[in-house]
Write a protein that binds this ligand. Structure first.
Ligand code: CP
Length: 318
């Protein structure tokens, strides 16, 4: 049975907007959707839920998972999708501003899902479009990736949220998924975060200043490996050139990776996450280890995006 949820949030812009109650509600709704989607009858039912809606995926940065999981989430709900990924085929090539391009989309669709290299453009869009246009931030520069954080949060929720020690490892300076997830985990009391990176790649203070939970900064991954319940690896984000890092600054993957030489330092029931794509921070042999959950995490992204879109349109299943 479908009902209208009076507490819907019609935009997904950043992590700060979600309360713990919102997050737990989304996790439970995602479980419910997965259950329904496990049968052919259930999938047919889900396809009717938003079949009167249209969406555009406007991606001005490369993507595999976020693009495809949103596109498939729309398909699951019966939403018709269009896309612009290559603006050499749009009227931006004739000098149209991005804002005008997006105002144009809003004449045709109900939902705009946008990935953009700027940290702030998502806020400009949100301020300039009518309230009935749903907007999702699918990645905003080095700043935020709130829907990745939602799927990461859901994956941790599946293995138990309470009193967890969670290590973020790698390029935390430019890793927007880490920034967004740290802000969500900040809502779970009893959590401890470890930010593990060489000094030059350490997470910025603007995130640390918002944390109310315990946290530690270190450059020594091996030292904390045996203490933590979740390890969240990220790659070098060297597509960004302007954060005080130059071409020669790299992360030594001998010190900041999981491989067959150090995997046994992890607890037996720890989980290994990665937003993907990976380079060599997790070796392929680790995929067979029972603690490797990053492919499951990737799949979770499609289902929690179904749940997110439903709540944004104020629709619940009970
Ligand atoms: N995790 C993530 O955002 O992956 P893509 O860049 O492939 O979308």
């Amino acid at each position: 049975m479908i009902t209208i949820n009076a507490n819907n949030q019609s935009r997904c812009i950043n992590s700060q907007q979600y309360s713990l109650e919102n997050l737990l509600h989304l996790c439970k709704l995602t479980d419910n959707i997965r259950n329904i989607a496990s049968t052919s009858e259930g999938l047919k039912y889900l396809k009717t839920i938003l079949s009167d809606k249209r969406a555009i995926l406007y991606f001005k940065q490369a993507s595999t998972r976020t693009f495809l999981s949103f596109e498939n989430a729309c398909h699951i709900l019966g939403i018709s999708c269009s896309e612009i990924r290559d603006t050499s085929t749009s009227s931006e090539v004739k000098g149209e501003s991005e804002l005008d391009a997006i105002k144009t989309f809003s004449q045709y669709v109900d939902l705009i899902i946008m990935r953009h290299p700027s940290s702030n453009f998502i806020y400009e869009i949100s301020d300039n479009l009518p309230d009935d246009i749903r907007i999702i931030n699918a990645g905003s520069g080095t700043n935020e990736h709130p829907t990745q954080a939602l799927l990461d949060f859901y994956t941790i929720y599946k293995y138990g949220l309470e009193n967890k020690k969670i290590a973020f490892v790698g390029d935390l300076l430019r890793g927007r998924t880490v920034r967004s997830l740290a802000l969500l985990l900040n809502k779970v009391s009893g959590t401890k975060l470890y930010f593990i990176a060489p000094d030059k790649f350490q997470i910025k203070n603007d995130i640390l200043e918002q944390l109310n939970i315990d946290y530690e900064l270190t450059d020594d991954f091996e030292k904390v490996m045996s203490e933590v319940d979740v390890v969240y690896m990220v790659r070098l984000q060297n597509e960004y050139k302007n954060e005080g890092i130059n071409e020669n600054d790299i992360i030594d993957t001998n010190k900041y990776s999981i491989n067959t030489n150090n995997i046994n330092k992890l607890k037996d029931n720890a989980i290994i996450l990665h937003p993907l794509p990976r380079r060599n921070e997790i070796s392929v042999e680790i995929d067979k280890d029972k603690r490797a959950k990053y492919w499951e995490q990737c799949r979770n992204g499609m289902y929690i995006r179904v749940a997110l879109i439903m709540t944004m349109f104020g629709v619940e299943i009970i």
